[in-house]
Design a protein around this ligand. Structure first.
Ligand code: RFL
Ligand code: PHB
Length: 387
């Protein structure tokens, strides 16, 4: 078998890449370890930047997103007994976020690829990468797939990044002394906009998926186990951290999904080696406080698509050679923003009174200075893509 681009992983990065390449007349095969049902149901991100939405709409996969996505023009920062709105419509006019589940994006992309005759192979658990310097190919299930290039879109725990020889990559990491317990609940959101709450008991986030489904996250110890968090405890803790302003009552409902996510910042540089190009979580991850992971995956894939289109059009490799460097500017901006939002809102060491004062000082600044609020807003809705 032969294809132009062999893609490992059918997450947002791999699927969008396959879709955008198809629109440029470039062939690809997507190899995914999990089943279609599994990837379509995996609950993860929910906040799409303006540029992500624009990319999906412009490439013809935005119909359901436009019908069902929830357009938000602000978020609330809640601390010290009060809520403070960061008003995108005033601070970054014309830019907003859309709340639409990552698994809905994945469903839309799979449907579009299959409708166009795309080749996505699910439940392939033995992909191996070969000959990255020259004439690369993939093997799986006793088959061989020759490719011009390979795209490693297989997430943080995938096989692509580890196949790069020792000594090539430099990695940068930060661990955080907590995790997020996330739940999806069958209950109308208690707020129209997302609430990022700093609380002595730990951070809490109120998000949503639809007028009848809410999404919540709680800062928990890094070794937290779901067994220690029965429903009553989750709701009590969410109420304790969110019901801190007069008149706000948290509505509760049936919990339909739950999980614990570790928090980590990570970047591997460069995001390429020989004929292998890494995109999305395979190359970098951020703590979810800034809602940047999925959006960065989309940004990488846009750059890679343009570079591959130039390469396959006339053999010019300049953009491909510059792929990593082009992506890393945005990656590091998102790294900083995600680290900063995380640092601002979580409880680190309860004994660290100094750190707490610094947080409060910055929160007061960001909620009273238009310049500081604009910094938060323009990063949150996503910086524009360069031409
Ligand atoms: P993914 O989604 O992890 O997809 C990788 C795919 O590769 C497959 N795979 C393999 N396939 C074949 N062979 C192998 N050896 C393979 N190993 C792995 C996997 O099964 C999978 O299908 O990576 P991708 O495409 O780079 O997308 C990245 C995003 O998924 C991720 O950054 C976001 O979910 C992060 N994130 C958020 N990002 C946002 O932009 N906004 C948010 O609001 C947001 N919230 C979140 C998040 C991530 C979370 N978790 C659970 C990590 C909230 C949470 C709780
Ligand atoms: C979500 O809705 O899943 C979500 C929203 C905002 C974040 C992270 C996750 O910062």
């Amino acid at each position: 078998m032969r294809t132009q681009v062999g893609i490992i992983g059918a997450g947002p990065a791999g699927l969008l890449l396959s879709h955008l390449l198809h629109l440029r007349g470039i062939s690809s095969v997507v190899l995914e370890r999990r089943s279609r049902a599994y990837v379509e149901q995996r609950v993860r991100a929910g906040v799409l930047e303006q540029g992500t939405v624009d990319t999906l709409i412009a490439s013809g996969v935005g119909d359901r997103l436009q019908r069902e996505g929830l357009l938000h023009h602000g978020i609330e920062l809640r601390y010290g007994g009060a809520g403070h709105r960061i008003a995108f419509e005033k601070l970054v006019p014309g830019r907003a976020i859309t709340v639409y589940g990552q698994q809905e994006v994945v469903k839309d992309l799979i449907a579009a690829r299959l409708a166009a005759g795309g080749d996505i192979r699910f439940e392939i658990d033995d992909v191996a990468v070969h000959s990255l310097e020259n004439d690369p190919y993939l093997t799986f299930g006793g088959e061989r797939l020759d490719c011009d290039v390979i795209a490693g879109c297989d997430g943080f725990h995938g096989i692509s990044r580890p196949t790069i020889p020792d000594g090539v990559l430099t990695t940068y990491e930060r661990d955080y002394p907590f995790a997020w317990l996330g739940i999806l609940a069958r209950v109308a959101p208690s707020s129209e906009e997302l609430i990022y709450a700093r609380n002595e008991r730990g951070f809490a986030l109120h998000s949503m998926r639809s007028p009848v489904i809410s999404r919540f996250y709680l800062q928990v110890p890094p070794d937290a186990e779901l067994g220690d968090w029965p429903d009553e405890r989750i709701w009590a803790e969410l109420a304790a951290r969110l019901e801190t302003v007069p008149g706000f009552t948290l509505s509760t409902g049936e919990i339909i999904e739950r999980g614990v996510t570790p928090m980590r910042s990570f970047v591997a540089e460069p995001m390429q080696y020989g004929r292998l190009y890494l995109a999305g979580d395979a190359a970098h991850i951020v703590p979810p406080t800034g809602a940047k992971g999925l959006n960065l995956a989309v940004a990488d894939v846009r750059v890679l698509t343009e570079a591959l289109a130039a390469y396959f059009a006339d053999g010019s490799a300049a953009a491909l050679d510059a792929y990593s460097e082009t992506c890393l500017t945005r990656v590091w901006r998102a790294q900083h923003f995600s680290w900063w939002m995380t640092t601002l809102l979580h409880t680190f060491d309860s004994d660290d009174a100094y750190g707490r004062k610094l947080q409060t000082s910055y929160l007061d600044y960001v909620t009273t200075s238009e310049a500081a609020a604009t910094t938060l807003a323009e990063n949150y809705v996503g910086l524009p893509f360069s031409a």
